[in-house]
Design a protein around this ligand. Sequence first.
Ligand SMILES: *Cc1c(COP(=O)(O)O)cnc(C)c1O
Ligand SMILES: [Zn+2]
Length: 415
Amino acid sequence: MPAEQLKCKECGRTYPLKALFVCEYCFGPLEVAYDYDKIRRRATKERISNGPPSLWRYADFLPVERRPEIDLQAGYTPLIKADRLAAELGLKKVWVKNDTANPTHSFKDRVVAVALQRARELGFDVVACASTGNLANSVAAHAAASGTEAFVFVPANLEIQKIIATAVYGVNVVKVRGNYDDVNRLCTEIASEKNWAFVNVNVRPYYAEGSKTLAYETAEQLDWRAPDRVVVPVASGSLLTKIHKGFWELGEVGLIRRKTPVVCGAQAEGCGPVATAFQQGQEHIKPVKPNTIAKSLAIGNPADGIFALEVARKTGGLIDSVTEQEIVDGIKLLAETTGIFTETAGGVTTAVLAKLAAAGKIYPTDEVVLYITGDGLKTLDAVAGTLSTYEIDPTLSEFETQVLAENSGGGNKVV
Ligand SMILES: *Cc1c(COP(=O)(O)O)cnc(C)c1O
Ligand SMILES: [Zn+2]
């Protein structure tokens, strides 16, 4: 495979492609390094377009020896031109990358597909994760599909939809009384005791690479070019840094003209440590205690936060945050103008795009891609109580007086 070694992001020391995630010398995180000459020779546009309609069409860019035999076929989700959303925001060219269209309805299927394949290649037979919800759904589903034993750890106060949509796959679901950062700490401890593949702990370098496929697909769907600007949700910061890496790699191997988009990150004010560091011009991230409806983004101590900051700064982008009300408004704006119902993370992303557009920080003619990473059916409570419907008796006169009447005002019953 074109992946060559793991490399420390801080000091550059290299390690073999094993289940390692932290540098022994400086404690920096490890990242997969590739032989780009090898990829350049192999990965042609023809080879990619003849590949499967899933993220595995980009297997040449991923740290696995082969494609999995049993797999849920994550990725290759629609890129939708969102003209009505663009018009609403005073922009001309906005696309939505609709990653709700994945097997378990979030982009986490990409990272899990890659992590589990590498875990299999490394000989693990139990997989596990610490999750804010979507990762739990995805690990559970992928483990069920391949018949692998799994332990999934989540904060006990997680949305009920996400707990049910994990437990249904028949895996071990462990609800931990604490927040995500507590869950993650516990999992790091367990990972040092057990020979399990924790997808976002000891096989994190492989897991993280799965997110690059969002950039590859976007470029392919734009007929092999990078957009001017991307807006990406930030939890640990991994997704944002890997979308950037994906576009950079395509330039490096000559599949697009060398260009990386301006990268903008989106957080909730109730958990915005990276946005705060960006706004205050700081080099370090001060951990926070999350308090937001955007639970899938509620990581108070983000592992890749400083790298996300660095990407935003060097591409001329930014990391911004939005209020709880703006998140709900963002969910509705996206739904009403594109027909895509997103979970709270997508509300955050849409709201940050709206905020930037309103502040004149985006040129109207910029090509913008908005990454919608999870499905609204998972966080119904976020919009419950804010929508209206009509409720009537089954008579024509009720219909005419309650629904069609001039002053019916869009509904008589809140849901
Ligand atoms: C996990 C997640 C993210 C962000 O992921 P990071 O790589 O940790 O920044 C964004 N959106 C959704 C819906 C997620 O589940
Ligand atoms: Zn190091």
